[in-house]
Write a protein that binds this ligand. Structure first.
Ligand code: NDP
Length: 491
């Protein structure tokens, strides 16, 4: 496949329908993690720019230019926007690949198409959801109506730049809110471009704003702003906690958190075809370089099939070439940045120190490129108490833990502070249902790794999530609030 030419970078904030630099004039540099070279100088928005965007969003919300449009009308605009995203697929894929180091094939076939599908699905859904009438007696009529929340801040991470912004934007915009996105400082370009396309599609000014900038400044300003009604966040659990604090110390804005994970992949004694299991386990552990909140980083496997599965996993890694993200054959790009590379390598070292055995990978690779590549790594002889089994590594590292029974497998799977996703493998239907019900996670994949699709809610149990779900009709819950309108009838 021919690679498109390097796209033009839009690097300013997008506020009230137009591009503008940060009011301070400050910029920060993003780099290409596959080369370590500078890529773009992006506007470093701060509290003043967030305030400008919030004011624009509030004006747009209050005058009803979007919030009071008929749902069918919002649908039409958002479907047009999805068409423009589709026409720009190559450009958007290239932006995420260059800035996040994501394999271009994934960007073309997963990230951008999923984002388009998500906008279309929420656009199509919004004029098909009904409000409710309360079961009153004849003396009253009680309407329970759903209204948009108002001004929504979306603070998103770098691992799926376009898609994570979309999971927030699509339901929030469809429901009639005005949105300000604060992208991760490492990956702003595709979101900035997306805002322009939305404007081209007819989204009114002020409804979709993007303020790039640092978390501690722009992110915090959004979290503490007195006129933001809600913040929807995806990222680390640690920063998720900050948003709860910001809300508590400001205007009690609503907060929804989609945070980290340490997701188990449970392979029981009677698994389906082991070749298939191995393929799925590698996808779960290595997809997006393991920089994935639902990464299946803990492989909990019955001792009776442990050796046969491990052999297949080690052989299967050959199907995961590491290399230039712009090469369509590449399945593993670099880590997002140098500090993250160091963090992932330090986890592998901790695994070794605590007694794990490296059976594949185990270190940096392709160093001459200047990029931050890690070889896909499998650790064996891991115990669930080790650092590599407890903490989110966010790299291409699978930790293997052998167990002797279903009960032990389930107990270890649940022995984590996280609860985002899990997978289980068994040929027995009763076992599958029993174990799926026992796993404390927001999504459980049976005989395959899966996050579900746009129709199903996505979010975490325990410290993986709080306050709502991305995707599915459930996502409308977090971007709307319910109002009771009560009529007392006389006569
Ligand atoms: P963070 O949680 O730090 O970042 C997520 C978003 O929050 C970014 O937009 C970030 O901005 C912003 N942010 C950071 N600090 C603050 C703050 N003090 N106040 C307000 N906003 C803030 O994730 P990182 O990108 O630093 O990654 C760290 C770890 O988090 C990863 O190694 C991984 O374990 C986990 N993670 C989980 C993700 C998930 O999908 N659940 C996604 C990404 C990371 P900025 O980029 O400027 O720091």
């Amino acid at each position: 496949m021919v690679i498109a030419a390097k796209p033009t970078f839009r690097t300013d904030a997008f506020i009230d329908g137009s591009y503008r630099p940060a009011q301070s004039g400050a910029r920060f540099t993003t780099e290409n993690p596959a080369t370590g070279q500078a890529l773009a100088e992006v506007a470093a928005g701060d509290a003043a720019d967030i305030d400008l965007a919030v004011r624009a969003a509030r004006r747009a919300f209050d005058d009803g230019r979007w919030s009071r449009r008929a749902p069918a009308d919002r649908k039409r605009v958002l479907l047009g926007f999805a068409d423009l995203l589709e026409a720009s697929l190559e450009e958007l894929a290239m932006l995420d690949s260059l800035e996040a180091g994501k394999p271009i094939t994934d960007c073309r076939t997963v990230d951008v198409p999923d984002a388009i599908r998500t906008f279309r699905w929420f656009a199509e859904a919004i004029d098909k959801v009904f409000d409710a009438v309360a079961p009153t007696g004849p003396e009253a009529l009680g309407l329970i109506v759903r209204e948009p929340i108002g001004v929504v801040g979306a603070v998103v991470p770098w691992n799926y730049p376009l898609l994570m912004a979309t999971w927030k934007l699509a339901p929030a915009l469809a429901a009639g809110n005005s949105v300000i996105v604060k992208p991760a400082e490492l990956t702003s370009l595709s979101t900035i471009r997306m805002a322009e396309l939305a404007s081209d599609a007819g989204l009114p000014d002020g409804v979709f704003n993007v303020v790039p900038g640092l978390g501690e400044t722009a992110g915090q300003a959004l979290g503490r702003h007195m006129d933001v009604d809600m913040v929807t966040f995806t990222g680390s659990t640690e920063v998720g906690r900050y948003f709860l604090k910001y809300a508590a110390e400001s205007n009690l804005k609503e907060i929804t958190l989609e945070c980290g994970g340490k997701s188990p992949q449970v392979v029981l004694a009677n698994p389906p075809d082991l070749d298939l299991v191995a393929e799925q386990v590698l996808i779960a552990g290595l997809m997006n370089m393991g920089e994935n909140c639902s990464c299946g980083s803990r492989l909990i496997v019955d001792r009776s099939v442990h050796d046969a599965l491990l052999e297949r996993l080690v052989a299967g890694i050959a199907a995961w070439p590491v290399g230039d993200p712009l090469d369509p054959a590449t399945r593993l790009g670099p880590m997002i940045e140098r500090p993250h590379l160091d963090k992932v390598l330090s986890y592998i070292a901790a695994g070794r120190d605590e007694g794990a055995r490296v059976v594949a990978g185990g270190g940096r690779t392709l160093e001459a490129t200047g990029g931050y590549f890690v070889a896909p790594t499998i650790l064996d002889d891991v115990r669930n108490t080790m650092t590599v089994a407890r903490e989110e590594i966010f790299g291409p590292v699978i930790s293997t833990i052998a167990v002797d029974s279903e009960d032990e497998a389930v107990a270890l799977a649940n022995q984590t502070t996280y609860g985002l996703a899990a997978s289980l493998y068994t040929k027995d239907l009763d076992t599958a249902i029993r174990v799926a019900r026992s796993l404390r996670a927001g999504t459980v994949g049976v005989n395959a790794y899966s996050e579900g699709d746009v129709t199903t809610p996505f979010g975490g149990y325990k410290e993986s999530g709080f306050g709502g779900r991305d995707k599915g009709l459930e996502a409308f819950e977090q971007y709307t609030q319910k109002k009771t309108i009560w009529f007392t009838l006389r006569g």
